[in-house]
Design a protein around this ligand. Structure first.
Ligand code: PMP
Ligand code: GLN
Length: 385
């Protein structure tokens, strides 16, 4: 664990707090989730729903997750094959720890969510990271090179860990890209672990395609999501994973010795929230889309190159046009320069050169906070000169 002593989110949030900077580093909303959900949880705590829930999660929540998959994706999921976890983080860790051992390889895209590299290291497996690069196919959005993707696979590939919509780039992988990934997983007999925590945060009419709904992939795919994202309650850490019975059994075996269970008063409330009307889900996406637009325009006006984000809480920028050579160093200075915090993309990369001048900003904040951040960023060029 030596390379993983402290996460960039903890470091940048502490720096923002110390300096009074607006924290656009760590991705968490600054408004609470739906009032009905909050009231349900409060009533559960007062009403005595406070002891260990069943190992796989309470039946009502497992059923609600299955119903959610049917409602949004037409996917048939047996509630028996849903496992409630301590956030998506534990679902990912349980899957990797259950399935991988030294000698195995895990293919994932870089930049990646930071827990991926740490969890793969804990399992003893080897990370094979395939770059997502901006503009590689003539478009300004991030994409992978199919030949590089194929070259990352071998008979040692045990798991393909795919995240769409993608943190940090905001890329939404399309059906064609996911199909190619699926074909390689079949060819090399790998399990797909699909991290879909941002499934309800897509913009400009983009469509989320769950990996498990592609032909022939359901039997080898574990699908992961999180109430933290969908209901803007990231501190609650209630997530889930579903998939075929044999794979899920292995994941459950690992999960029961990580936390055993968690979130008793949250689970029934989240079961109710998953059934909220479409307007809730539509408002979540449209609200975030306009926040994305507000911050992206401000970053562009401040002189940064802004890569279009189609999903998630995040927008990635290139600070090279400001004459900055190192994004990490820039992020350490940014709170002092203009009173805003962000995170460097290089820390999400196995090959730090890949994201050397890229910086991620989170837009899941109140409009007035974003407006203030934009007006502070307008001073950036002057502060740097
Ligand atoms: N995967 C990705 C891509 C994420 O951005 C996050 C959010 N931090 C997680 C997993 C973890 O989710 P949770 O907070 O539910 O553990
Ligand atoms: N998922 C959030 C992000 O990427 C925060 C995760 C964390 O703090 N570990 O910013």
């Amino acid at each position: 664990m030596r390379p993983f002593t402290s996460t960039i989110f903890a470091e940048m949030s502490a720096l923002a707090l110390r300096t009074g900077a607006i924290n656009l580093g760590q991705g968490f909303p600054d408004t609470d989730g739906p009032p009905s959900l909050l009231a349900d949880v409060a009533a559960n705590v007062i009403g005595g729903v406070n002891q260990y829930p069943p190992g796989p999660g309470i039946p009502a929540l497992r059923t609600a997750v299955a119903e959610h998959q049917r409602r949004f994706y037409g996917q048939e999921v047996d509630p028996e094959r849903v496992l409630i976890t301590t956030g998506a983080t534990e679902a990912i860790a349980s899957a990797i720890l259950a399935l991988c051992e030294p000698g195995d390889e895990v293919v994932t895209f870089q930049p990646y969510y930071d827990s991926y590299a740490a969890t793969i290291a804990l399992s003893g497996a080897t990370l094979r990271a395939v770059p997502l690069r901006p503009g590689s196919s003539g478009s300004p959005t991030f994409a992978f090179d199919p030949a590089e993707l194929r070259a990352a696979f071998s008979e040692r590939t045990r798991v393909v860990l795919v995240n769409t919509p993608h943190n940090p780039t905001g890329t939404v992988l399309d059906r064609e890209q996911l199909t190619l990934l699926g074909q390689l997983a079949v060819e090399f007999d790998a399990v797909i672990v699909a991290d879909e925590v941002y499934e309800h945060m897509l913009y400009d009419g983009r469509e989320h395609v769950p990996m498990a709904t592609l032909p022939g992939l359901a039997d080898r795919t574990l699908t992961i999501s999180s109430a933290g994202k969908t209901f803007s309650v990231t501190g609650w850490k209630v997530g889930w994973v579903h998939g075929p019975v044999d794979l899920l059994g292995s994941v459950r075996a690992a999960k029961q010795f990580l936390t055993y269970v968690s979130g008793a008063p949250f689970q029934p409330a989240i079961a109710n929230a998953l059934a909220l009307p479409d307007s809730f889900y539509d408002d979540l996406a449209s609200g975030l889309q306009s926040k994305r637009d507000l911050l992206s325009a401000g970053l562009r006006a401040a002189g940064l190159t802004v890569y279009p984000s189609s999903g998630t809480y995040f927008v990635v920028t290139d600070v090279a046009p400001l004459g900055v050579a190192d994004g990490a160093e820039f992020c350490w200075r940014l709170p002092d320069l203009v009173g805003v915090a962000a995170v460097p993309v290089s820390v999400f990369c196995a090959d730090p050169d890949l994201g050397r001048t890229l910086v991620r900003f989170a837009f899941c904040k109140k409009d007035e906070v974003l407006t203030e951040a934009v007006s502070r960023l307008a001073n950036l060029q002057k502060a740097l000169s």
